[in-house]
Design a protein around this ligand. Sequence first.
Ligand SMILES: CC(C)(COP(=O)(O)OP(=O)(O)OC[C@H]1O[C@@H](n2cnc3c(N)ncnc32)[C@H](O)[C@@H]1OP(=O)(O)O)[C@@H](O)C(=O)NCCC(=O)NCCS
Length: 195
Amino acid sequence: MPTSSADRPDRPDRPDRARPSPPIAIRPARLSDAEAIRGIYNHEVLRTTATFDLVPRSLEDQERWLEARSGAFTAIVAEDRGDGAGEVVGFAALSPYRERAAYRTSVEDSVYVRRDRAGEGIGRMLLGHLLDVADHSGFHAVFARIEASGEASRALHERCGFRLVGIEREVGRKFNRWLDVALMQCLLHERPAAR
Ligand SMILES: CC(C)(COP(=O)(O)OP(=O)(O)OC[C@H]1O[C@@H](n2cnc3c(N)ncnc32)[C@H](O)[C@@H]1OP(=O)(O)O)[C@@H](O)C(=O)NCCC(=O)NCCS
């Protein structure tokens, strides 16, 4: 089933580029956030190419994923403390980049914002915070693997100091089409100060 342009992750309706109002808070994820996180994630699994997962996560899958991200590989959430009254409206996480030991200084990120809250600056808050955490945890390089047509994600990462390393062509297949992956990298000691 092809995605419609309205459903594509790279073309969220961008309201008016308003910045998040103060009540958005970034905090470590808790096990009790599993349901909200999988709601955000499973939308992308089922309707977009932002993730190469094909099967939605169960609550148990999501809890296991969170348990594996309670140390240096961390997960954080954006919580709306205003009208949203504590709702989780986005999340970001660090995952191992490669298994072999010499890769241990590198890490891979992921960032997801609830579709109805896209374009408010929440992704930037999450990714900026995640890079701080990666830095404090002693990682050296952060990688992002982004479906190549994902303009919003590529622009977000570029804004946060990532540079394009290269394009992996036709490495995935979803919704009956080949998908390219843009590999982007941020060397943490080179990243620009937050703007
Ligand atoms: C990618 C995503 C996380 C961006 O989050 P967001 O909260 O909408 O982004 P922000 O409002 O913080 O915007 C940050 C920057 O991204 C860029 N951006 C955001 N939306 C964009 C769009 N639709 N088109 C082009 N650039 C966009 C801009 O450069 C923006 O910075 P600026 O406005 O200060 O110049 C969000 O669209 C999303 O969750 N998409 C689906 C999941 C996904 O693709 N995740 C990445 C996989 S790792």
